[in-house]
Design a binder for this molecule. Structure first.
Ligand SMILES: [Zn+2]
Length: 319
């Protein structure tokens, strides 16, 4: 499995808890082990008999901002994500879906009941539309070389976030960008689309990436190319935090998102990060909120006990 590109952490995480060394001498025990690993990691049935590990999905997915990931690793990433995404979809009641939903339409729907479009309201909207969203706590490769992923199955979508943050605004942007890929049908016939780098930081890229960015900005801020009048040209952290708090209500943009927009214009990331500490109570791992909501939303009884145990491992939501 290592030769096929899978990382130690993923292999350990997928290894079934019932396995013991005595079973290694038992043919049916070894067969059960192979089945369990294949189900969890998306290995092809051929891997169950031979010595070569093959994946169910290989070159079918779309990779964005791909730096150095070889074909074997692409197959490992895709197959892992497809397996997780399809389990999530089985445990999520179908909804109206994101297909064809415009960014403004979605923004207006959220603003009908909330002051801003923020991470919590985006997560709630996705689940209400039948689109599960989780943060991956197990990665198929040893390097955390994936920012986010959209999985498609039978016309439905699941979104897997890969890189965590300590404040919600950057995660909200990533989620809004992935919502854009799903809503704009960027996957076409592909089973998955993987954003390998942070779409907010990556240097452009293809037209689909630019479209997904515009979708995300329109959804979060109401405009595809946000410029804001704050009456200030220069900022330090306290004045930026103060300016976005004041302007947030006027523009109906979540303060952290507004700070990121201003920072992006001026390439002032350290100031924005320092302002985040003033905008939010305290830094905290955002994945806990994402996966806490997912754990409540998923219909755990709709999937096998083994699939549920694997999802809980991948989401790090045991107990
Ligand atoms: Zn993208």
């Amino acid at each position: 499995m290592r030769e096929a590109g899978l990382g130690d952490h993923a292999i350990e995480a997928a290894w079934p808890s019932w396995w013991s060394e005595e079973l290694a001498n038992d043919a049916s025990g070894r067969a059960e082990l192979r089945f369990a690993l294949a189900r969890r990691l998306g290995l092809s049935p051929r891997s169950l008999v031979g010595d070569r590990v093959e994946f169910v999905w290989n070159d079918e997915a779309l990779f964005k901002n791909l730096s150095v990931v070889d074909a074997g690793k692409r197959a490992a990433l895709t197959s892992f994500g497809m397996t997780v995404g399809r389990s999530l979809l089985r445990a999520t009641a179908p909804g109206p879906s994101l297909a064809g939903v415009g960014a403004t339409e979605l923004r207006d729907a959220v603003l009908a009941g909330r002051e801003f479009v923020d991470l919590a309201s985006l997560l709630g909207t996705c689940w209400a539309l039948g689109v599960p969203v989780i943060h991956l706590r197990v990665f198929p490769l040893d390097t955390k070389s994936m920012h986010a992923m959209v999985v498609s199955s039978n016309g439905r979508h699941a979104i897997l976030l890969g890189r965590d943050a300590t404040y919600p605004a950057p995660v909200a942007f990533t989620l809004a960008h992935e919502i854009g890929h799903a809503a704009l049908d960027h996957l076409g016939e592909a089973p998955a689309l993987l954003d390998m780098e942070d779409p907010a930081a990556a240097i452009p890229r293809d037209e689909q990436e630019a479209q997904a960015d515009r979708y995300a900005l329109t959804l979060l801020t109401g405009r595809a190319d946000p410029t804001f009048e704050t009456g200030r040209e220069r900022f330090n952290a306290p004045t930026l935090a103060g300016a976005v708090r004041e302007a947030a209500a006027r523009y109906r943009i979540e303060p952290g998102t507004l700070a990121l927009c201003l920072a992006y214009r001026r390439r002032a990331w350290p100031v924005a990060n320092a302002a985040m500490r003033m905008i939010y109570d305290r830094p905290r791992p955002v994945w806990r909120e994402v996966n806490g909501i997912a754990a409540l939303q998923l219909d755990w009884g709709a999937i096998t006990a083994d699939a549920a145990a694997w999802l809980r491992t991948v989401m790090d939501t045991h107990g």
